[in-house]
Design a binder for this molecule. Structure first.
Ligand code: DAH
Length: 358
């Protein structure tokens, strides 16, 4: 049998020389593994005379212990070294300037949704959302558009296949459906805006089958058209970033509001862009009105106690207006060159204090 002390110093030397975890593991197996050198010696104890065994066994145990301890110690040393190397390799210099050009661009629609919600959130509105796939009740009936109402034809609705009970879901034709969902599920008063995708079977250079709207709804006991006009005026000033915007309300008709109006803003159509707030032309940007008492009743709200107003606006159109984007269809082409030109730097988050669009 090899001399125990010699083996110990040999093994400790090998442990010392192992300069990575794999090498250390190889030494461990060669010493303490099933057929390792220390293990084989311990197995030899069985063949020894009792007196000899009494003398050798404690020394072997000591050897085993000292080799195991040395391996543990070497292991934690190597782990520490590996961690230090990794930390050194992965340092980031946080003082370097940012490189937003590598982050892609924010789509103008996303930018405009952020700008609009920032403006209304600042006025105390909550942001609400609802499903794109709607049922007939929320998109039509509850909004005072019963089955045979001519407004249904005007909406060019995309219907889903008929279900077993004969009903058909649809892609919402306007964000007004979320008025209903909100009034059904939360107690009044309400003060919400609802940005979202909407769908109609319609396509030319000013219409796409999918487009974006933002809905507003205010319900309490005293709100009236004057408040509506004030809110919309403040919105236009903030959104178009001008001191004043002249607005015009034309009487109109929507089944879900009474009275109803459409709002135009004063503008000029220059060669390749539109200027807001001056000129001889008018641009229609939204529909609005006092919420029809029948709509309140459909949502379980007592119309003799509550009243309020609503509006709905095409986001794509006011995005085109503000940023001089000539063709609506380009919004949805996913052309990276277009996005690079019209898109926004992701780190410039729109705020009222810091500026909506920089
Ligand atoms: N839902 C209408 C549309 O898509 C827009 C609208 C008009 C919404 C008047 C309203 C409103 O909330 O009061 O054409």
């Amino acid at each position: 049998m090899q001399d125990i002390e010699t083996l110990e110093s040999e093994l400790l030397g090998e442990i010392n020389n192992a300069n990575d975890l794999d090498a250390l593991e190889a030494v461990r197996i060669s010493a303490l593994g099933k057929k390792g050198r220390v293990s084989l010696m311990m197995r030899g104890l069985g063949q020894m005379a009792p007196e000899e065994r009494q003398e050798v066994a404690p020394r072997l145990n000591k050897l085993k212990q000292s080799v195991a301890d040395a391996i543990d110690q070497a292991k934690s040393g190597l782990n520490k070294k590996a961690m230090e190397a990794r930390l050194a390799a992965e340092t980031i210099d946080v003082t370097l300037p940012s490189r937003p050009e590598n982050l892609g661009r924010i789509h103008p629609i996303s930018q405009v949704v952020d700008e609009i919600t920032e403006i209304f959130a600042d006025m105390g509105f909550d942001i609400a959302e609802g499903p794109d796939v709607e049922d007939d009740f929320h998109n039509f009936t509850a909004l005072n558009i019963p089955p045979e109402h001519p407004a249904r034809q005007m909406h060019d609705t995309f219907y889903l296949p008929e279900k077993e009970d004969g009903s058909r879901q649809l892609l919402r034709t306007h964000t007004s459906s979320v008025q209903i969902r909100t009034m059904e599920s939360v107690e009044p008063p309400h003060r919400i805006v609802v940005p979202g995708r909407t769908y109609r079977s319609d396509s030319d250079h000013t219409h796409t089958p999918m487009f974006n709207q933002i809905e507003g709804l205010v319900i309490d006991k005293t709100s009236h058209m004057g408040h509506l006009k004030g809110i919309l005026k403040e919105f236009c000033r903030a959104y178009f970033e001008v001191d004043d915007v002249e607005m015009r309300f034309r009487p109109s008709y929507f089944p879900f509001t009474e009275p109803s109006a459409e709002m135009d803003i004063r503008c000029t159509f220059a060669k390749d862009h539109i200027k807001v707030g001056e000129g001889d032309d008018w641009m229609e940007i939204l529909g609005c009105g006092m919420v029809n008492p029948r709509v309140l009743a459909h949502c379980g709200i007592d119309p003799t106690e509550y009243q309020g107003f609503a509006w709905g606006m095409g986001i794509d159109r006011i995005a085109m207006l503000k940023y001089g984007i000539p063709d609506l269809r380009a919004f949805f082409d996913s052309d990276l060159r277009w996005l690079k030109h019209y898109g926004f730097v992701p780190m410039d988050v729109p705020t009222l204090g810091g500026g909506l669009s920089r």
